[in-house]
Design a protein. Structure first.
Lengths: 266, 284, 343
């Protein structure tokens, strides 16, 4: 164990601690007894969890975030998987341009996209009386946009890594396009699909900048409820909300690790 | 295979996604391009004229060009730190001997991502605030007599951004490093190179596309950041993301906000194009 | 009694709103209210919305944000077929702004029984006044032993690094500086010079809003600032070491209340809400908790609190109500200057 290796390990551990430490601190802070945050705490209590539970903006925000994220993931897969197939398995002029167009939501800054979609929705409402701001469909469209590039990246990478050899073999044996897809392609890209679903869900759930413009009274997402609260207060209540979110999502990650080796998914 | 049938099939597969992007992203962006050429009016919000005055204002007013430059500087610094810290971690994960360890490390890296920017910024506020953990520790140890200002400074914003962006850098770099066969490193070792030299001479050159990709992602995300600058930077630190939101939602100056948005987008687009043309598409 | 009910029923069919139980006729019991957040909203909920509305079956959906966002939203929504807000909490200057831009309705005060006796100086046709207070000097008496008498104290170099400023109250700070510099409330140029001077001499600490500046006082970070008398008294009640002093240059009067947006979907509900806001008991409880003065003259405030918040005749002479038309035209410029050059 050379000095160099020790330094290397220490460095990696320090970097990981840097990543995870804020998590630990806010979980710790959620139990402090003081009304305004202070270190060291004068005592510990569970009161803030009760308070957060009573605050409907957090409960509602959590439900809305989950609903939108699930629907956005499904929509993103429904749109992104066929599109990835087209791009990876077919040859046609303009293919690369199309790839970049479909990845556009990633190139456009979220805050820019949010402002643009918001102003667009308002013009749509003035012209057609169809309301999209502060509605579930309006949010869903924006979140699907956010999720789509993640789906495309992961599914195209999976398709690219697993060449079309088996598929061509199946076709030459007489299978039609659908059969080839379901029985040959799908099983092979399943890790990619699950990774895509996972990352799409995460991208949608934590989405903040587009949602800033598109939420409304009674229809807000959890990240926005948190940012709004932080504008007025920094206390253990918000720490409690954060801890609950960490706990739930951490569990979800651990559970999905059972089904998909996350080490191989990326 | 018939060319026409293939094209039709490909078209049908890609059409729904393309429609979504066209209707909900490209059209709105075009719309705000039009707005950015309009002029603000407190009552009607937009006068309906064509004028370049918003862009002129942006490029001539030292405050706004200052904000743009400052944002770029913060983004560049955060990216550099991210890559410096993230590369060793990515290498460690990629070359880790046990699957289980790899899984755990990836989960540890990804978990902070899942907290979301809002929560993570809140956590840093708790750590860096004048009533926060760092000050509490230093006061208790007697190192200082009164709280030092850490929060609401550009340094704090860089720290916050690095912590937000590092998972992206690590995951991107790690998947690139995965595709560099260990046998190449073994070859290097067999030639007498030390582990460090192997890394420098063999692995790093091959991972440059990944470094560029990770750097581009980090830079763009930092440039466009909202929650971190707002919550950790406070009212005195001016960055582009919060400025766009402020102009559109708080001041109601949609034309100027749209112009700011377009300039922000152009900057990140240029960065992305530069890195994409440099990039080996295999990793992207 | 029977005859009145008959008339009431008949009138309700023809035109909504008369003497009688309005709740029975307001079918839609869902209201969207937009307000500032933090403890301002907490108290509004605790003393007015929860006991007088929510306990009676009303659902109140809250949109909490800052005044600039609220203003922009109201003006933006006036063009839409339906607005998303039913009642908007605003300061009176913001109300003038949105009214000048055609975003809010004229209020029919006859439909609000509790509005029969309001403070006249702060009532306008489109704004229901609710609470008011004065912008005064707030200081830490353990650090600043003699009570300051002049706004110039904030410029005292002895307090370098100990002066606090809240970002939300840019209007109030600019007005205060203007008063000090030229005795008028809206001398923007003079105010700009004065504030830049302050920035150079005393490097004020900028806080986002009330809670943060309270924390600043508590931690001893700052010793002197400006704020509404009501807020200073609240901080005192919370155990924070502060006192409030009326400046000799005078104080701007700030009024808070509500407006009804033109495109509100539940205007009937809005009237019920406005009536609840001015309920004498609810308002009395609220003012004892937050130390603001009520706009409803029928509200009786017991001794201690009443003494603390009532203005003396001397002080009344030095009150400066804002020039709303001036603010309407110039507030955007004020906000821009504040963001660009001061914070």
């Amino acid at each position: 164990m050379t000095a160099g290796r020790i330094f290397y390990f220490a460095f990696v551990i320090a970097a990981l601690v840097f990543l995870v430490a804020p998590l630990a601190v806010i979980v710790w802070a959620s139990f402090f007894a003081d009304k305004t945050l202070s270190f060291p705490p004068s005592g510990y209590t569970l009161d803030w969890y009760a308070r957060a539970w009573d605050m409907e903006e957090f409960a509602r925000g959590f439900v809305m975030s989950t609903q939108v994220a699930v629907c956005a993931t499904l929509t993103s897969l429904a749109l992104g998987v066929p599109a990835s197939l087209a791009i990876e398995r077919f040859r046609f002029p303009g293919r690369e341009t199309l790839r970049h167009v479909l990845l556009a939501p990633m190139y456009v800054p979220a805050i820019v996209a949010g402002a643009a979609v918001y102003l667009y929705y308002i013009q749509v409402e003035i012209a057609t009386t169809l309301q999209l701001t502060a509605t579930f469909p309006g949010l869903l469209a924006a979140h699907t946009l956010v999720a789509l590039p993640w789906t495309m990246r992961l599914v195209t990478a999976s398709l690219a890594a697993n060449g079309s050899l088996a598929e061509e073999a199946a076709r030459s044996l007489g299978a039609n396009a659908f059969q080839t897809f379901f029985y040959v392609t799908l099983p092979v890209i399943r890790p990619g699909l699950i990774a895509a679903a996972l990352f799409s869900f995460i991208a949608s759930f934590t989405e903040l900048e587009m949602s800033l413009f598109l939420v409304g009274p009674g229809k807000t997402t959890l990240p926005i409820a948190i940012v709004n609260y932080l504008e007025w207060n920094l206390d253990s209540t918000i720490a409690a909300v954060a801890t609950v979110q960490i706990f739930i999502i951490g569990t979800a990650l651990l559970v999905s690790d059972r089904f998909v080796n996350l080490g191989k998914a990326f | 295979m018939l060319e026409g049938k293939t094209r039709l099939r490909a078209g049908a597969l890609v059409f729904p996604a393309l429609l979504l992007v066209a209707v909900f992203l490209l059209a709105p962006i075009g719309l705000i391009l039009r707005f950015s050429l309009d002029v603000y009016d407190p009552s009607t919000l937009m006068k309906g004229v064509f004028s370049a005055e918003n862009y002129v204002k942006l490029l001539k007013d030292p405050f706004y060009t200052g904000v743009l430059l400052f944002t770029a500087q913060v983004a560049a610094l955060s990216t550099a730190v991210c890559l410096l810290l993230g590369y060793p971690v990515a290498y460690f994960i990629s070359r880790s001997p046990s699957e289980k360890l790899r899984s755990i490390l990836i989960i540890l890296t990804v978990l902070p991502l899942l907290m979301g920017n809002a929560v993570r910024s809140a956590a840093w506020m708790v750590v860096m605030g004048s009533n926060g953990m760092i000050n509490g520790l230093l006061l208790a140890l007697g190192v200082i007599n009164e709280p030092i200002k850490i929060l609401y400074t550009p340094t704090a914003v860089v720290i916050g951004l690095v912590s937000v962006l590092m998972p992206f850098a690590i995951i991107t770099l790690q998947s690139v490093l995965d595709s560099i066969p260990v046998s190449l490193e073994e070859a290097g070792r067999s030639l007498g190179y030390s582990p460090l030299r192997t890394l420098w001479a063999v692995v790093m050159p091959l991972s440059i596309p990944g470094i560029v990709a990770a750097g581009a992602i980090c830079f763009c995300l930092a440039m466009n950041a909202y929650a971190t600058p707002v919550l950790i930077g406070g009212p005195s630190v001016h960055m582009m993301g919060p400025l766009v939101f402020q102009q559109i939602a708080k001041v109601g100056n949609w034309p100027f906000g749209s112009a700011l948005a377009w300039v922000l987008m152009m900057v990140t687009l240029v960065m992305t194009v530069i890195s994409a043309t440099y990039l080996n598409r295999k990793y992207f | 009694m029977k005859r009145r009910q008959f008339i009431g029923a008949g009138a309700a069919i023809a035109a909504v709103g008369m003497v009688g139980s309005r709740e029975a006729f307001a079918q839609n019991k869902r209201l969207v209210v937009t307000n500032w957040g933090g403890d301002w909203n907490d108290r509004t909920v605790k003393f007015i919305e929860a006991p007088l509305l929510e306990s009676k079956g009303w659902t109140i959906v809250r949109d909490l944000n800052t005044a600039p966002q609220r203003r922009t939203k109201l003006v933006a929504e006036k063009n839409l077929p339906r607005g998303s807000i039913d009642v908007a909490h605003l300061s009176i200057s913001d109300a003038v702004f949105v009214n000048n831009n055609g975003a809010v309705d004229t209020i029919d005060f006859k439909k609000i029984p509790n509005a029969s006796d309001l403070v006249k100086e702060i009532t306008t046709p489109f704004f229901l006044p609710w609470l008011y207070s004065t912008w005064e000097i707030v200081y830490n008496p353990t650090q600043i032993k003699t009570a300051p008498t002049s706004l110039a104290e904030l410029w005292n170099p002895a307090y370098a690094g100990r002066v606090g400023v809240t970002n939300q109250h840019y209007q109030d700070y600019i007005q205060m500086a203007s008063l000090l510099a030229s005795g008028k409330l809206h001398d923007f140029e003079a105010a700009k010079k004065k504030l830049l001077e302050l920035k150079k001499i005393n490097k004020p600490k900028v806080y986002e809003s009330h809670q943060q500046i309270a924390a600043g006082f508590k931690a001893g970070e700052i010793w002197i600032a400006c704020n509404y008398r009501a807020r200073a008294l609240q901080f005192q009640a919370d155990g924070i070491p502060v006192n409030v002093a009326f400046p000799k240059e005078g104080a701007a009067l700030q009024t808070f209340g509500v407006c009804v947006p033109k495109k509100a979907q539940n205007k009937e509900g809005a009237y019920v809400y406005m009536n609840a806001l001015l309920d004498p008991t609810g308002l009395a409880n609220l003012c004892q908790a937050n130390y603001y003065s009520p706009a409803n003259n029928k509200v009786v405030l017991p001794g201690e609190v009443g003494k603390k918040i009532t203005l003396t005749a001397e002080q009344r002479k030095k009150l400066f109500p804002p020039d709303f038309d001036w603010l309407s035209k110039n507030d955007a410029a004020q906000l821009e200057w504040w963001n660009k050059e001061f914070v």
